[in-house]
Write a protein that binds this ligand. Structure first.
Ligand code: PMP
Length: 282
C-alpha cells in the first residue's frame, strides 16, 4: 500500500510526490531534517525535535517553512492518513529551488517534505540480542551539531559496517569516539559510570541522548560527559547507542572485542525499558 506523503502544502500518494530538480537539497545538500518517533499514534519528545530543527535552520540562515505548531499539525495529519501506530516521521527542509549558484538565493521558498515509516521500535529482536559495531575514521564536516541532509559519510560508514558483518559504525576522530553513524554512543565503565562524549560541534546533540541521561540520573546512575577512546570502549562493561528511531540499542561487540559475556548489559536494558515506558505513557 502506498503512503501518503506531504510535499510543500499537499498530501499526495508517494508515487505522485514531486520536488524540483533545482531544489538546493538535491544540488547542494542544502537542507536539514528531523526524525520523530511515533508510539501508539503519539509523537515522542517532539517539542525537543522542533527546537533542534529551528536551531539547525537558524545556523544555516534558512527561512523556516512554518512554525513548530504548523509542522506538528502536518505530522499529526500524516499519522492519521497513514494509520501509523508505531514508527517514525521524517521531515526534510531545504532552502528551496533556485537556479544553480553556490551563494544562497535571495528569494527562494523553502521546501518541506514529510513522510512516515512504519517500524517496530519497542519490540525489536535486534535490541534483544544487541549489535556489534566497528570503528571508522570520522570524515564528516565540522558542524555535526547541525542536522543536515549531507549524510553520505554516515551512509558510507553504515555500509562499511554491513560489509564487515556488523550492525553499525562508530566515528573516531583524534583518538576519541565521537558518536555512531546515526546515534549517540555510550559506554558503561567497570565502576558502573555511564560515559558519553561531551557536546560540541563534533557531534549531533541527540534528543534521545538527553532524555536517557535524565532517566539515568533519576535512577541515581552516574553519567559522565567526556571523551573516551576506542581502547576504553573495548574494555567497557557494556555499551549502547541512542537515537529517536531505535531508542536505546545495546552494543555487545566493538571491533574484535566482545563486551562482558556478549549479551546486552543491565544498564542498557534498564535504560531501554525506562525510555520505552516514557515514550509509551508520555
Ligand atoms: N548522531 C547522529 C549523527 C544522528 O544522525 C542521530 C540521529 N538522527 C543521533 C546522533 C541521535 O539523535 P536523536 O536522539 O535526536 O535521534
Amino acid at each position: 500500500m502506498s503512503r501518503i506523503v506531504y510535499v510543500n502544502g499537499e498530501y499526495v500518494p508517494e508515487e505522485d510526490a514531486m520536488i524540483s530538480v533545482f531544489d538546493r537539497g538535491f544540488l547542494f545538500a542544502d537542507g536539514v531534517y528531523e526524525v520523530s518517533a511515533v508510539i501508539n499514534r503519539k509523537l515522542v519528545d517532539n517539542d525537543a525535535h522542533m527546537a533542534r530543527l529551528a536551531r539547525s535552520m537558524n545556523e544555516l540562515k534558512m527561512t523556516p517553512p512554518g512554525t513548530a505548531e504548523e509542522i506538528e499539525a502536518i505530522q499529526l495529519k500524516l499519522i492519521e492518513e497513514n494509520d501509523l501506530n508505531e514508527g517514525v516521521i521524517y521531515l526534510q527542509v531545504t532552502r528551496g529551488a533556485a537556479d544553480r549558484d553556490f551563494a544562497f538565493p535571495i528569494d527562494a521558498t523553502p521546501s518541506l517534505v514529510m513522510f512516515t515509516q512504519a517500524k517496530s521500535i519497542t519490540s525489536n529482536a535486534v535490541a534483544e540480542k544487541g549489535i556489534s559495531v566497528i570503528t571508522v575514521p570520522d570524515i564528516r564536516w565540522k558542524r555535526r551539531d547541525i542536522k543536515t541532509v549531507g549524510l553520505l559519510p554516515a551512509s558510507m560508514a553504515k555500509q562499511a559496517s554491513v560489509e564487515a558483518g556488523a550492525g553499525d559504525a562508530w566515528f573516531v576522530e583524534d583518538g576519541i569516539v565521537n558518536e555512531g553513524s546515526s546515534n549517540n554512543a555510550f559506554i558503561v565503565t567497570h565502576e558502573g559510570k555511564i560515559v558519553t562524549r561531551h557536546l560540541g560541534t563534533e557531534i549531533l546533540h541527540g534528543i534521545t541522548r538527553k532524555a536517557v541521561m535524565a532517566l539515568a540520573a533519576q535512577e541515581n546512575l552516574e553519567v559522565e560527559e567526556r571523551a573516551f577512546t576506542p581502547e576504553e570502549a573495548y574494555e567497557a562493561r557494556e555499551a549502547f547507542s541512542t537515537s529517536a528511531s531505535a531508542f536505546v540499542m545495546p552494543v555487545v561487540k566493538i571491533d574484535d572485542h566482545v563486551l562482558g559475556n556478549g549479551v546486552p548489559g543491565p544498564v542498557a536494558e534498564k535504560l531501554r525499558a525506562l525510555y520505552i515506558e516514557m515514550a509509551t505513557n508520555g
